[in-house]
Design a protein around this ligand. Sequence first.
Ligand code: GUN
Ligand code: ZN
Length: 445
Amino acid sequence: MKTDQVLLRGRILSFNAEPQGPEDHAAYRYIEDGAILISSGMIRATGAFDQLSRQAPSVPVADHRPHLLMPGFIDTHIHYPQVQVIASWGAQLLDWLNDYTFPEETRFADPAHAEAMAEWLMAQLCAHGTTTAVAYASVHETSAEAFFTAAARRNMRMIGGKVMMDRNAPEALRDTPQTGYDASKRLIARWHGTGRAGYAITPRFAITSSPEQLEMAGALTAEHPECHVQTHLSENRDEIAYTLSLYPEAPDYLGVYERYGLLGPKTLLGHSIHLEPREIDLLAETGARPVFCPTSNLFLGSGLFDEAGLRARGICNAVATDVGAGTSYSMLQTLNEAYKVLQLQGQKLHPLNAFHWITRGNAVALGLEDRIGTLEPGTEADIVVLDSSATEPMALRMQRAETLSEELFVLQMLGDDRAVAETYVAGLPQKHAVTRAPRPALQPA
Ligand code: GUN
Ligand code: ZN
């Protein structure tokens, strides 16, 4: 018997396609007494427990009944230097950046601070059932280094990049077109494809990058088509007006990124809320992915993401927390707020689509569905164990639930890290490896 083998037992749910409606049973596989056979961090088989336990009789069983085993959640947009400005009062985007976020990000010049925060983030992601995230580091090369190092320690599949920003930010947070390019290039060489790491070329947004810097970011993108690209688009009306004043020749906001060759299927565009018809055409044409960040969009009062409208154009939307403007690390709470944002527009987010979205859907948006986001044999063993009766209100509600969809909706609306009983990363349990952040004394008022 190989010592790194384990058979997880529980109720199994995994999607193989986007559900076309509540009755689309072909889009997923649900096994009441199921099992996942894992060895060397990979899923070897998924099926009925009695069948797999007969096939692998000597493999130890981790019995998670009656919980639900699903692929680990994927968060496609998070800012790791913002973990200590989450829940900062009173501002919309541009003031929030200037008053809270930029000053906070200057602290990541200190590698020891960056290392402590990155380590804390990985633990929190595991506590919330998130096994892959796409992160913005600060402008400092060492902050991205700390992020990848912390991810590698837990063998997590993580994508990230140092932000490139050379204007409209404090001096301490500015690189230059050349230093931003050089540092990104070194990080790509060190980390892209090292273990489970992937690099995202990360010009923060048009406001904080000069045309020269976006040009260099475009050159880097052309030199490294294997990397993702991430930035922000049309989150807030004042941001859009400011962008257009800085790039007066651009036909619209997305036209800035188009001009510098930053758009393609590996491009992730945070927010993408207030779009012009030409921009929507361009998203459809280039395959760039809008990223819906519901808790952030409500928190900053940014606006309502038109999920159905973009999807109807064949655009592949991702969904994400956007911590620290986002207010929860939980992809379950993210779905809760996503449901409400769509309700306000007369759109529906069925729980089958919701759970597809934070697993296989986001994997498809990242082009990684052959590695993560399903429970298919040959994919990586990142798995979340969900307890739909984790809290008293959930348990009471579950007494009246009769279908899988009802159970999923309870998790979607009432679930958070308490509903995550365990999180496996490359086959190893990580949930209870959480370390708590020390809390300093508070000032009065
Ligand atoms: N636009 C540019 N930077 C940021 C950021 O850090 N958070 C959000 N929500 N929007 C941004
Ligand atoms: Zn963001």
